[in-house]
Design a protein around this ligand. Structure first.
Ligand SMILES: [Cu+2]
Length: 127
């Protein structure tokens, strides 16, 4: 009886762990990401991110492309993602596996601000 209870707790813990892990770390997650894989682009020009707010599905690879004459460097508050300094025509990509709101700035010009809104993939809407 006790052993069974422990096993159930273990299963719940494992499920939580899988949910928290980046999908690409597991074989099953890799399939899910491939199925949902898409890309989106944020353009940087005139010291502005376009679109300023980009909404994507979980698993989307977002690419920032610097089309400005000035270097820019992407970074979010929590350090989830950050780029090197991007010169003109350089780009930086980050795949957003977990739903959430990710505000970011240009760490060279902190007044430049943007936001990535990551919605759950359709499959995980019951979560
Ligand atoms: Cu900048």
């Amino acid at each position: 009886m006790l052993r069974q209870k422990t096993y159930l707790l273990g299963a719940v813990g494992m499920a939580a762990l899988l949910a928290a892990a980046l999908p690409r770390l597991t074989a099953a997650g890799e399939t899910a990401v491939k199925a949902a894989a898409s890309t989106a682009t944020v353009q940087i020009d005139n010291f502005t991110f376009t679109p300023a707010t980009l909404t994507v599905a979980a698993g989307t690879a977002v690419t920032w492309k610097n089309e400005d004459d000035s270097p820019h460097r992407i970074g979010d508050k929590d350090g989830t993602f950050k780029s090197a300094a991007l010169d003109t025509d350089d780009s930086f990509s980050h795949t957003f596996a977990m739903p959430g709101v990710y505000p970011y700035i240009c760490t060279i010009h902190p007044y430049m601000a943007g936001k990535i809104v990551v919605k759950p993939a359709a499959k995980t809407s019951s979560n």
